[in-house]
Design a protein around this ligand. Sequence first.
Ligand code: TEU
Ligand code: CA
Length: 559
Amino acid sequence: MAHKWWQNAVIYQIYPMSFQDSNNDGIGDLPGIEQRLPYLKKLGVDVLWLNPIYKSPNKDNGYDISDYEQIQPVYGSMAEFDKLLSQIHKHGMKLLMDLVVNHTSDQHRWFQESKRSKDGKYSDYSDYYIWRDPVDGHEPNNWHAAFGGSAWTFVPERGQYYLHLFAPGQPDLNWENPAVRESVWNIMRFWLDKGVDGFRMDVINLISKPAGLPDAPEPATYGLTEALVADGPKLDDYLREMNDKVLSHYDIMTVGEMPSSKPEDAINYTGLDKHELNMVFQFEHVTVAANPDPRLGKWNDQPVELPQLKRALSRWQKALDGRGWNSLYWNNHDQPRAVSRFATDDPKYRVRAAKMLGTTLHMMQGTPFVYEGEELGMTNVHYTRLDQYEDLEAINSYHELVDEQKVVDGQTMLKYLAHMSRDNARTPMQWDTSKNAGFSKVQPWFAVNPNYPEINAEKAVDDSQSVFYHYQKLIQLRHDSDLVKFGNYDEIDPEDTDVFAYRRHYQDQTLLVISNFTDQTVTRDYDQGHPTAKLILSNYDDDLGTELRPYESKVYVFK
Ligand code: TEU
Ligand code: CA
């Protein structure tokens, strides 16, 4: 099977509103991204993925789109987008846009027309969304929405409920309607014909709903019952149609975000011989420490048990080897900062721990995604008050679980939010030690993490031992090595609670990756003393063989 360009690539995710403000309105923008292209080129990344930059009322920070073919004015004009795209290409990089088509904003003209009448006498958008009559005067089923409350909202003028798996301002599109699919194909062509290099597809495995919209089992977990809604009966058909009608006509890359997907689903949708998507974002390794009380869903402050984390990642490495292609990520705009969550942000160990996490992930098989600031070892903020949060998911969860349902007390919930909230990932990028970390000359839309004087890009680029240069080496290693890109995966001692170690084999070479996830010194002998073993990367500047120091992570090649 000929290799594809995206199997050699490393992707960098930019959260536009928090990346760089160029016109001092406190919000990141497209010219700001353009200013930072030299920094991204220096890091060595190949592709940039921008979170949504389309017109939006911003109820879910752009994941509620009101016009798919207009740039959100605060980010810039379409001309500034075209200039950014051409500059990205001039820098030898590519651009992925974020395709959010499971739902639109309720301010989209389609929804504004759809809600006016049941029989479509005003417009043919009446069945662009999922409308249902009340059942015994109530919601059609017991589904919870991801951001609190019921997944159904009643519209008196239409006399029906509409489905919204996320916020009421995010009505789900009715993908069973071929006109909806044609509208989506046209949106995709609009951006691809401008030269965009592909899409990250938001919750794309939720677009086909389970037949009959059955009730969720009780007790329902907090938030969206993703496992119930995901991977509906027509998903394959829709993805194949998308490929036939659009994707197969362009040399592009696609990654589908698939909450609660399983490896067999991913192989089905991304099989190297299939013609649907290229890879998926799965969630198994970022949901290993769910709260024992299902009523609390993702909200917890449990430390991650290493064997559970290893089991999740190894399962996907083994399952997709030779049959599909993994995306590799620790972080994104929905997840807390990796170094705080999976290792430690204690200043004594933070840099080593961030490098250790980078090595552990980037030496696996798949396409790595680096989230803005991860290459600096940026950390969680450790919020202590509810008024510090901006994300509707955090705020709604607090009010529903503490004030309404009284499932948990306020102090405990604040600890859970501090550990898991998406806000941790959305603080402005930390560029330098100037006011607001060089992100903006005015008060930013969201407070900068107070540790920016110690953690910022300017300091990192001036320090050859920084996390930045470690990520630069990891990216270079991937570009140069077929062993890293295409080797298979063999985990060593899955039950080891302190060390994550694995081998990769390709042709006559073997890679050995050893990571100590603890702040203790441990001893492990995986034959790293073998005469043909050559140390090619480490987060320490010497090698004590079988002795692994706190958060020590090293890579050997065996000829
Ligand atoms: O996230 C989908 C998704 O899985 C999230 O609901 C995730 O489960 C949750 O954020 C974990 O806390 C996508 C986008 O990445 C997210 O930013 C949007 O809010 C969501 O879809 C709706 O578009
Ligand atoms: Ca701005």
